[in-house]
Design a protein around this ligand. Structure first.
Ligand code: SF4
Length: 479
């Protein structure tokens, strides 16, 4: 059925046809508003938080463009501002309230302006209550489970003239084949699963993103094939815990098997993924990584703590020894792999001895880089009500010591590639010097070298001439 036929037969019940119906209807409504305003209506999607949110924002952008809205980079000039929110850290919420306050002035001046809020923060009932009470001028609120309904919600808002709120507690629904507008022409995130079943005791994600559900492998492969046909050479497979991919499918499939299917896609050159949970990282996956020509030599393996006692309190379900053993197995099979990690310092009950266990793992693994965090209470998680919260001064002191160690090791580890020739995917013209371009090695290290924008999206050979801490300067060579 084409779009016109849907309209003749009423509102389709099936997805994604239903949303295409609403995109068309929304486009007509937006066109009418454009006529009244005497200009094209514009939008600005602001993304907070992780890569999952960034990918969701590309979907919102795709739907808005189908409806005839034109992108406007400056929030305050846009007719439709959408905040795709994150709630992993408590202070992130304050930033959104602050920005909303500023927008109220703009909204008074611009009669066509609408404000939409979505993402993880909206899954918290207190947040929605607060917005309903104190930010009455918000037009549209929806959550993480029904982002696919964006077009339908916009139409409801335009037709009713009232604030529209649609939040679902959970879903097992995955809607395929909706438009999306990729930020980069040559690389793209690809959701392979949604939600998380792990309930690490400091993390709010399982409460706001719901239970784990995997996309059908055929849909994933089809999407990547389309991207490749459109010039994409690198994909980043996204999931909160990619290692448990496929468990909920009618015909279960492992993440390693999915990777093998993706590897077969002709024209695709690089495959990345995040985030694997150490407890589920299988020998099968290590084997597949060791044989692959396309999976990048980089593994982000969140440690969180090196103390088995604290790992238990975090509900991570691995011990220090199991983690170290896993690293050994990975390095034995993929010797040139770059390992990066996340570490939380000052989790409730963490003693100096526990902290030294973390330092011990850092010294043994020698990460290429590590994201280090000071533990901060997240209301709604079990850890927030644990006793023995560590005083801020002690957390800060441990954090400083850890950061120094991580940076020192990282500088040593990263410098080993000096004078080698590497394949670099060129991503952009350098921000500070337009005679240079910036690209990434397979292991994710950044390299700057002379070149121009015609190289963007291509993989070229570069000799790494100088290591400057966490990045390289190089020169292109013809091979
Ligand atoms: S694996 Fe743990 S840290 Fe990661 S999203 Fe799930 S609960 Fe949060």
């Amino acid at each position: 059925m084409n779009e016109l036929e849907y309209i003749n037969t009423g509102v389709p019940q099936e997805e994604p046809q239903r949303q295409y119906y609403f995109m068309k209807k929304g486009r007509e409504l937006a066109e009418e508003l454009s006529r009244q305003a005497g200009r094209k209506l514009t939008f600005c999607v602001t993304t907070f938080g992780c890569q999952m949110n960034a990918r969701d924002s590309e979907k919102l952008t795709g739907i808005l463009e189908q409806m005839g809205y034109v992108e406007e980079p400056e929030e305050e000039k846009a007719d439709f501002v959408i905040f795709n929110t994150c709630t992993v850290r408590e202070n992130a919420n304050m930033r959104v309230y602050g920005r909303l306050g500023q927008l109220s002035r703009m909204k008074k001046k611009n009669p066509y302006m609408m404000i939409g809020l979505c993402g993880c923060m909206m899954q918290e009932p207190e947040v929605v209550e607060k917005i309903k009470k104190s930010y009455r001028y918000v037009d549209l609120i929806f959550g993480t489970h029904n982002i696919y309904k964006f077009a339908e919600l916009i139409v409801t808002r335009l037709e009713s003239g009232r604030m529209v709120i649609d939040i679902w507690k959970d879903t097992d629904k995955i809607v395929e084949d909706l438009p999306n507008e990729r930020k980069y022409s040559f690389k793209s995130g690809v959701n392979i699963m949604f939600g998380c079943n792990n309930f690490c005791s400091y993390c709010i994600v399982p409460y706001v993103r719901g239970r784990e559900r995997s996309r059908n492998p055929k849909d994933i492969v089809r999407e990547i094939e389309r991207f490749v046909a459109d010039g994409v050479v690198e994909v980043m497979l996204l999931g909160q815990n990619v290692n448990s991919y496929g468990k909920t499918l009618d015909e279960p499939m492992s993440f390693a098997q999915l990777l093998q299917e993706i590897e077969k896609i002709e024209g695709l050159q690089r495959i990345r993924f995040m985030t694997p949970h150490p407890k589920d990282l299988s020998d099968e996956l290590i084997e597949v990584m060791s044989k692959s020509k396309k999976i990048c030599k980089h593994l982000h393996l969140p440690l969180q703590s090196g103390s088995t006692r604290i790992l238990e309190k975090m509900n991570r379900r691995y011990t220090k020894e199991q983690y170290l053993h896993l690293v050994e197995k990975i390095r034995a099979k993929v010797p040139d792999i770059s390992l990066t990690t996340d570490i939380i310092v000052g989790f409730p009950g963490e003693t100096e001895e526990d902290f030294l266990e973390t330092m011990d793992v850092v010294q043994k693994v020698r990460y290429d880089s590590a994201f280090t965090f000071q533990y901060s209470k997240r209301t709604g998680t079990p850890a927030a009500v644990m006793e023995e919260q560590v005083p801020t001064g002690i957390v800060k002191d441990r954090f400083d010591r850890l950061l120094k160690e991580v940076q020192c090791i990282s500088a040593e580890v990263c410098s080993v590639y000096t004078d080698t020739i590497q394949e670099i995917l060129v991503e952009s013209v350098n921000d500070h010097d337009e005679t240079l371009v910036t690209g990434r090695m397979s292991n994710n290290l950044l390299v700057h070298f002379p070149g121009d924008d015609s190289l963007i999206g291509t993989i070229v050979f570069v000799r790494l001439t100088e290591c400057r801490g966490f990045y390289y300067i190089g020169e292109r060579i013809m091979k």
